[in-house]
Design a protein around this ligand. Structure first.
Ligand code: VTB
Length: 328
C-alpha cells in the first residue's frame, strides 16, 4: 500500500477512535461501537478510492453500515477493507486497556470473507516467520517449548495471551501445567495476537479461540511484518452450527479454503501487499488512548504495519482544538 493511502486510512482509524473515546468508561458499549462505526464510514467515504468492505459489522440485512459488500469512497483504486471499528467494545465501555479501532487493507480479492463464527488461533512474532515448528495442532506444551527455545528463555518466562472464556479452561490448565505465564484478557484478541509481534507488550504467544473476523485482521498485521499466524474455523456443536457452516460454505466458494483445515496466514491474506492499522481508544501497552486537552487539542496514538515498505510505524497525531493552538 502506498504511504499516502496508508495515511488516509490512518486518518479513518483516528476519527473512529476519537468518536469512540467520548464513550470511554460510560458503560454503554453499543453507543461506543456506533460512534466508531459512523465516524469510520464517514471518513472512508471522503477518500478517493473504491473501497469494499469484506469484513465489517455484519451482513447487509443485520448491519446498517459497514456491512459486508458495502462500497465506500469517491472512486479510484480498488481496495478490500476489513474493519472492527471498535475492537473491545466492553473494554471501551469500562475503560479497560487495549480498546482499539482496527482496519486491514489489501488489493481487491486478497482478504478472506470471514464467516461469523469462532476461529481457533495461534499467533507469534517475527522470530517465528518460518513457523519454526509452531502448529495449531501441537499440544500447548510443545508450542511453548518451541517458543522458549527460539526466544532463548525458559518456558517459565514465556507469556501467553488467552481470552478469559469458559471454553478455554482446558487450554489454560495445559499452559499452566507447562509452567508458562498467562496474560488473561477480557476481550480484544486482535490486540492479543498482534501484541506477540510488538516488543514492550511482554506477550510472546497468543492461543485460543475468538472471532474469525478478528483473526483475519490480526493475520494481516502479522503478515505485513513477517509474524506467524494459523487459524481453524470452529462452528461449535449447538443448533446454530449447521447454519453457520452453510453460510461459511457460501462465502468461501471458489477459494482454496477447506472449512475444517488449517488456515495458514497466507490463505487469510493472499496478497504480498497488505496493511494493518489500529488506533488506541483506551490506554494500552501497544498504543495510548485518545487524549483531549482542556484547550481541545486531541492526541491519538496508532500503529501501522505495512507490507509494501516493510515498516511498523507508531504514529502520534495531534489535532488542533477549537482554540486553533496545538498544545503538546
Ligand atoms: C474476541 C474478541 C472480541 O469477541 O474475538 C471475542 O477479540 C470472541 O467472542 O473483542 P466471545 O466474546 O463470544 O468469546 C470479543 O471479545 C468481542 O467482540
Amino acid at each position: 500500500m502506498q504511504t499516502a493511502r496508508i495515511m488516509e486510512v490512518l486518518n479513518v482509524a483516528e476519527y473512529a477512535a476519537i468518536a469512540a473515546a467520548e464513550w470511554n468508561g460510560k458503560g454503554d458499549k453499543n453507543a461506543a461501537d456506533q460512534a466508531a462505526t459512523e465516524a469510520m464510514r464517514q471518513a472512508f467515504n471522503d477518500i478517493d478510492f473504491s473501497g469494499r468492505i469484506v469484513i465489517g459489522e455484519g451482513e447487509r440485512d443485520e448491519a446498517p453500515m459497514l456491512f459486508i459488500g458495502e462500497e465506500l469512497g469517491r472512486g479510484g483504486e480498488e481496495i478490500d477493507i476489513a474493519v472492527d471499528p471498535l475492537e473491545g467494545t466492553n473494554l471501551c465501555a469500562y475503560n479497560r486497556p487495549n480498546a482499539l479501532t482496527t482496519i486491514a487493507i489489501a488489493p481487491r480479492g486478497a482478504l478472506l470473507f470471514a464467516p461469523d463464527t469462532y476461529m481457533d488461533k495461534i499467533a507469534a512474532g517475527s522470530a517465528f516467520a518460518a513457523g519454526g515448528g509452531l502448529h495449531i495442532d501441537n499440544p500447548p506444551a510443545e508450542n511453548l517449548r518451541i517458543v522458549a527455545e527460539t526466544l532463548g528463555k525458559p518456558v517459565s518466562e514465556v507469556n501467553v495471551c488467552i481470552l478469559l472464556r469458559d471454553r478455554h479452561e482446558g487450554l489454560i490448565q495445559a499452559v499452566r501445567a507447562a509452567g508458562a505465564r498467562i496474560r488473561l484478557i477480557d476481550d480484544g484478541d486482535v490486540f492479543g495476537a498482534i501484541a506477540t509481534a510488538v516488543p514492550g507488550t511482554g506477550i510472546d504467544l497468543y492461543l485460543g479461540s475468538g472471532g474469525s473476523p478478528e483473526g483475519v485482521l490480526a493475520a494481516t498485521g502479522l503478515k505485513a511484518i513477517g509474524g506467524f499466524f494459523q487459524g481453524r474455523f470452529d462452528f461449535g456443536s449447538d443448533e446454530k452450527a449447521t447454519d453457520k457452516r452453510r453460510r461459511a460454505e457460501e462465502m468461501v466458494v471458489g477459494t482454496a479454503i477447506d472449512l475444517d483445515g488449517v488456515l495458514e496466514r497466507d490463505l487469510l491474506v493472499s496478497s504480498r501487499d497488505a496493511a494493518f492499522i489500529a488506533c488506541g481508544v483506551t490506554d494500552g501497552e501497544m498504543v495510548e488512548g485518545v487524549r483531549i486537552d482542556p484547550s481541545g487539542t486531541i492526541t491519538t496514538s496508532s500503529i501501522i504495519m505495512n507490507a509494501a515498505d516493510q515498516t511498523v510505524r507508531f504514529i502520534k497525531t495531534i489535532r488542533r482544538g477549537d482554540s486553533g493552538l496545538v498544545r503538546f
